[in-house]
Write a protein that binds this ligand. Structure first.
Ligand SMILES: Cc1cc2nc3c(=O)[nH]c(=O)nc-3n(C[C@H](O)[C@H](O)[C@H](O)COP(=O)(O)O)c2cc1C
Length: 340
């Protein structure tokens, strides 16, 4: 574990996107030659211990990797070996796209944050489906879907339905990303004008697909920048249309980062994301499942989300800064008040 932490810190001397690629490729190689297991040591990390119940893979714990880390599902087997309970891959769009011009990812070591304006760079939903078919691990997989940058909002529902149909039978849940700040006007999909029609068409598609396959829950990923009044309306619509869950939340655009526009994640996001999480919990109670995301950099940050009512918790920026040690701390460090 110490060696892995050391390697994680070394990657921080490389430019952000190169470090990301190198780190994930290194993980994949070390997993394929059996080295990862040795580096991780004991505590069940290093082997896939996903439980099976009624033929379906159950979540072995409540900790997951958030969307955006493995956009194209290329690292599922090696990431699953880290001990986490689930992985959300994507966001994918119907057609592959390059995303925004580089540089578009910035690390700030002082406040432990990332600023990104990637813009849904991905290889397209069909490429992801091929990866999902070929994976060896049976860890639960959420698939995050979005719309292509040039699809107008009036037509956006078609992109979501297209992706949903493709990934449905390979997913443990489907995340509807309407909150990335890096695709122009995407966040408007949470407005009254679009939201109800989108939710209705997603629900209809889910009912239809569940006649041929197992029932796959749908989660809507929201922005932490929603006003409380709007958030209340979103929650009510989600309940009205029988949507299964909410992911709270994506990155924030309210910041003065020196690198310009984009979504901010990590430590500075935590309080805002937690406020929204508590507010959502108050409205939806136990009627809707909640995956909490935003600013989990330590085991106590994880516990705060559970205490605020999260059913599951995801990490992203914390994993970039701390590496596999963060997963280890959350899952295996003996903490008297920890309830996983
Ligand atoms: C580089 C980067 C890329 C991301 N890409 C996506 C994405 O494709 N889809 C998505 O729903 N969220 C994406 N996110 C948001 C994360 O999934 C997560 O919700 C957010 O970063 C807050 O969690 P954190 O503070 O633990 O990082 C991305 C975040 C980062 C830092």
């Amino acid at each position: 574990m110490y060696l892995l932490t050391f390697i994680t810190k070394i990657f921080h001397f490389l430019p952000e996107e190169i470090a990301h690629k190198f780190a994930l490729s290194g993980l994949k190689v070390s997993h394929s030659i059996g080295l990862l297991r040795l580096l991780l040591g004991k505590n069940n990390m290093g082997k896939d211990i996903s439980k099976k119940s009624n033929g379906k893979t159950a979540f072995k714990n409540k900790l997951g990797l958030a969307a955006g880390l493995d956009k194209d599902g290329e690292y599922i087997d090696s990431l699953s070996a880290l001990g986490i309970g689930f992985i959300e891959v994507g966001t994918v769009t119907p057609l592959q796209q390059k995303g925004n011009p580089k540089p578009r990812l910035f690390r700030n070591r002082t406040d432990k944050s990332l600023l990104n304006r990637l813009g849904f760079n991905n290889k397209g939903v069909e490429a992801l489906v091929e990866k999902l078919k070929k994976r060896n691990s049976n860890i639960p997989i959420g698939v995050s879907i979005g719309k292509n940058f040039d699809t107008p909002n009036e037509e956006a529902y078609k992109d979501y339905l297209f992706c949903m149909e493709k990934v449905y039978e390979y997913s443990s849940y489907i995340a509807i990303n309407i909150s990335s700040p890096n695709t122009k006007e995407l966040r408007e999909l949470s407005n009254k004008k679009f939201l109800k029609d989108l939710l209705r068409s997603l629900k209809d598609k889910q009912i239809k697909l569940s006649e041929s396959f197992d029932y796959v829950p749908i989660y809507i990923k929201i922005s932490p920048d929603e006003k409380l009044e709007d958030l209340e309306n979103i929650c009510k619509s989600i309940m009205q249309y029988g949507i299964d869950g909410i992911i709270a939340s994506n990155t924030t655009v309210i910041h003065n980062n020196k690198n310009g526009y984009g979504g901010l994640s990590g430590s500075p996001l935590k309080n805002k994301a937690n406020e929204k999480l508590s507010f959502i919990k108050k409205i939806v109670g136990n009627k809707v499942s909640i995956i909490a995301s935003g600013g989990v950099m330590s085991a106590s940050d994880y516990q705060e989300k559970i205490d605020a009512g999260a059913d599951f918790v995801q990490i992203y920026t914390g994993f970039i800064f701390e590496g596999p040690k963060l997963i280890h701390d959350i899952l295996f460090r003996n903490s008297p008040q920890r309830k996983t």
